[in-house]
Design a protein. Structure first.
Lengths: 199, 223
């Protein structure tokens, strides 16, 4: 190789090394803070579906891993009071208009919904995003519902013969959310004994 | 001959604006401008990255050889973007939750690379920093204007959720100018991005014509 090639290669290599070190140091400096922030985010979203009144533990660290109907692992966060499991929360996924909608579902020991919140979605701004609690109160209508007080055939949007309103101009998004919650409750029924086991 | 600061600033904000004159960075422009707040957020992050990378490239401009300049420039932009991403995630987490998605897009924006090649690789450190910063601010302005128009037509609001990005003190920026549910959704969907950006380009040229300026094709190299 010619001398010039060596020079260019060493310049490029030196820059790569230099910026690599800078990034490694920054990553190390920010790593703990970022982990802490992610934990705080999770705690905040869990506290919306697992009211602080029903637990004296920290659900974000009290987790068990169970398999759902499709055989995939689901992390279940458990709220306990005096050693008794009072509620559980887990992520459910629905199919929206523009990709998956991830939600956090909180259920009490009787299978009644404590709350549902959207974690991430890619629905159309102004239409489908009304499922977010900061854009509309639609998602709050699920609070207190269960298979016991709402028959299974009613767990659909009105257009499909169920009892849940769709939004004007958006049916697919609410359909995806209602479907995901329905599946989530099935998951609770199937795994109830494991979820509520003490300790 | 070094370019005067006044020309650098005017070029960045209007004459040679990255979006509305050079038509660079169209990908993030179209993707992000569904609201004025989103545009502002990505704009600020881009301006930070551009100012930092212009400064660094100008600093090392005599060391970086012609043959390897492009990979080195991209390396610098990518490093700065990652730095901003990490620091924001750790210490400005509320803003990161709104902006986080867009920050990696900065690397795919050809505007920073164009400015490094056309300006920072040749000019002194101070001028390069100002060029990067004001090109970034010009980019921000264009994004905010396009975002505000799309948001107003599509949703009837301007700067909705600005408080999420900038903090509770900025609630006053959130305006609802048209009643809810009167919006033309098309403006927020991808076609609206093309339509509104096109109209903003026309408006820029009409203003220039009215001011008696000659309309010429601007490019990244016509500093």
């Amino acid at each position: 190789m010619s001398r010039a090639t060596w020079i260019h290669a060493s310049i490029l290599g030196a820059f790569c090394l230099g910026f690599g070190i800078v990034l490694a140091v920054t990553d190390q400096q920010t790593n703990d803070d970022i982990k802490q922030r992610i934990l705080e985010d999770k705690e905040r979203s869990l506290s919306q579906v697992l009211p602080t009144a029903i637990h004296d533990n920290s659900p974000v660290t009290d987790t068990i891993i169970l398999k759902d109907a499709k055989g995939e692992d689901v992390t279940v966060y458990r709220a306990t009071k005096g050693g008794q499991v009072t509620g559980v929360a887990y992520t459910i996924v629905g199919t929206g208009y523009a990709g998956p909608i991830r939600l956090m579902l909180g259920v009490d020991a009787e299978g009644k919904i404590l709350g549902v919140r959207v974690i991430t979605h890619k629905e159309t701004p102004g239409l489908g995003d009304k499922i977010q609690v900061d854009k509309g109160d639609w998602i709050l209508r699920f609070n207190g519902l269960s298979f016991a007080n709402t028959p299974l055939e009613k767990w659909k949007v009105k257009k499909d013969g169920g009892q849940f309103d769709q939004f004007s101009g958006a049916t697919i998004t609410p359909r995806g959310v209602v479907g995901a919650i329905r599946e989530g409750l099935h998951f609770f029924d199937a795994q109830k004994s494991k979820m509520l086991e003490a300790g | 001959m070094a370019t005067p600061y006044k020309t650098i600033i005017k070029d960045g904000l209007w004459e040679n604006n990255g979006v509305i004159a050079m038509l660079l960075g169209m990908c993030p422009t179209m993707a992000v401008t569904t609201s004025a707040t989103n545009g502002l957020g990505l704009g600020i992050a881009t301006a930070l990255v551009m100012a930092a990378s212009s400064l660094l490239v100008a600093l090392f401009r005599n060391t970086i050889t012609q043959e390897v300049r492009i990979p080195v420039f991209i390396l610098i932009i990518a490093s700065m973007t990652t730095l901003v991403d990490l620091c924001m995630n750790a210490w400005m987490h509320e803003m990161y939750k709104v902006l986080g998605l867009f920050i990696p897009l900065i690397v795919s924006n050809c505007l920073p690379l164009a400015r490094l090649e056309a300006f920072a690789a040749k000019e002194p450190v101070g001028r390069s920093f100002v060029d990067g910063l004001f090109m970034g601010i010009g980019f921000t302005l264009a994004l905010v204007v396009i975002g505000a128009i799309r948001e107003l037509i599509g949703n009837g609001t301007i700067f909705a959720d600005a408080a999420l990005l900038l903090g509770p003190a900025f609630h006053f920026m959130e305006l609802r100018l048209l009643p809810a549910d009167t919006g033309v959704l098309l403006a927020i969907l991808p076609p609206g991005g093309f339509l509104v950006t096109g109209l903003v380009l026309v408006a820029k040229r009409m203003i220039d014509l009215a001011a008696g300026k000659e309309i010429r094709m601007a490019g990244a190299h016509s500093v």
